[in-house]
Design a binder for this molecule. Structure first.
Ligand code: PRT
Ligand code: ZN
Length: 284
């Protein structure tokens, strides 16, 4: 049984559950008590506060956990990043009142910075050789300068609108963060490693599916060679003759990011009836 810790309720919860579901794992009772077992896979979910996840994994209460890199780094436990998950993206930034003139990170020398992430901030300041006073508060960091308890703040930023509405401007980014799956690979043991690998295999198949599209089109037989050169496919494209003489149907798999550019070229080569279809899972 592989125990996976995820955030009970918050910004990472839905996406974490989605991930588990995408791997075909059915969680029987999804009312998010502390623990829930999967009905069709040797997995147990632990619903925790995100701040508790690194320690729980480190102590072996959970085998792996899904958490923001910001929380992982702040907690400071030596854990392996098993998988980068691509959601919960944000940055950890320094911000100062917008009326201040900023001339580089030396601005912070001798100033007071409010944050809930003192460790990450201290590492950043050390890296830049800046000495500043860190004022550790657990929430509402963005109001610190307004109420006069600090000269600057260090906090999570996503759209930046919280900073703007508090009269602040972002002046330096210390970290780009996303949700990661963490664990202690060396001590996981054979059985749990095998379950984790199976889970990751499934996640990769879903991820690959999202990154690609299945494309079908009709092409004049005379252009098939040129068209297949434009759409290489997983091994090579499938080419099937149509009932109508002189025409073929060509099927292939194309990277999502290049679809429009390739469609323009296909058009130019006489392709018609182009269908772009989502792929649910892709195993190479
Ligand atoms: O209850 P629990 O302790 O589990 O949750 P939490 O309240 O500590 O965390 P939660 O759910 O708010 O966030 C979980 C994780 O989501 C964080 O650790 C980050 O890794 C990630 N994440 C992504 C964010 C944001 N985006 C984000 N925008 N976490 C917080 N914010 C905050 C930010 O601090 C700001 O105050 O959202 C506010 C709005 O941001 P703007 O820039 O879009 O205005
Ligand atoms: Zn938290």
């Amino acid at each position: 049984m592989l125990k996976i810790a995820i955030q009970k309720s918050g910004r990472l919860s839905e996406k974490s559950l989605e991930l588990i579901a995408e791997a075909g794992v059915n969680i029987a009772n999804s009312d998010r008590k502390l623990v829930a077992q999967a009905s069709n896979f040797p997995v147990e979910l632990l619903y925790l506060r995100d701040d508790d996840i690194p320690q729980c994994v480190y102590d072996g209460v959970a085998d792996v956990g899904v958490v923001g890199e910001n929380v992982l780094l702040e907690a400071g436990y030596a854990l392996d990043v098993v998988e980068r998950l691509g959601f919960g993206k944000c940055r950890m930034s320094l911000a100062i009142p917008k009326s201040e003139k900023y001339d580089g990170v030396a601005w912070f020398g001798g100033r007071k910075i409010a944050t809930s992430y003192p460790k990450i901030l201290q590492d950043f300041l050390d890296k830049h050789g800046v000495q500043a006073a860190i004022h550790h508060i657990s929430g509402s960091v963005e109001i610190s300068t307004g109420i006069g308890i600090a000269d600057a703040i260090f906090d999570i930023v996503s759209s930046g609108s919280t900073l703007i509405s508090n009269g602040l401007k972002e002046v330096d980014v210390a970290l780009h963060s996303e949700a990661v799956m963490v664990g202690k690979k060396a001590t996981l043991g054979q059985d749990k490693t095998a379950i984790l690998e199976k889970l990751l295999f499934r996640l990769h198949a879903v991820q690959k599916g999202k990154q690609n599209k299945y494309v079908m089109l009709n092409a004049p037989a005379a252009s098939v060679e040129k068209i297949t050169a434009v759409i290489p496919g997983m091994k090579s494209p499938t080419v099937v003759p149509l009932a109508q003489e002189g025409w073929c149907s060509v099927h292939s798999v194309l990277p999502e990011g290049q679809i429009w550019e390739i469609i323009d070229r296909l058009h130019g080569l006489g392709a018609q009836g182009i269908l772009v279809i989502p792929i649910e899972k892709m195993i190479l």
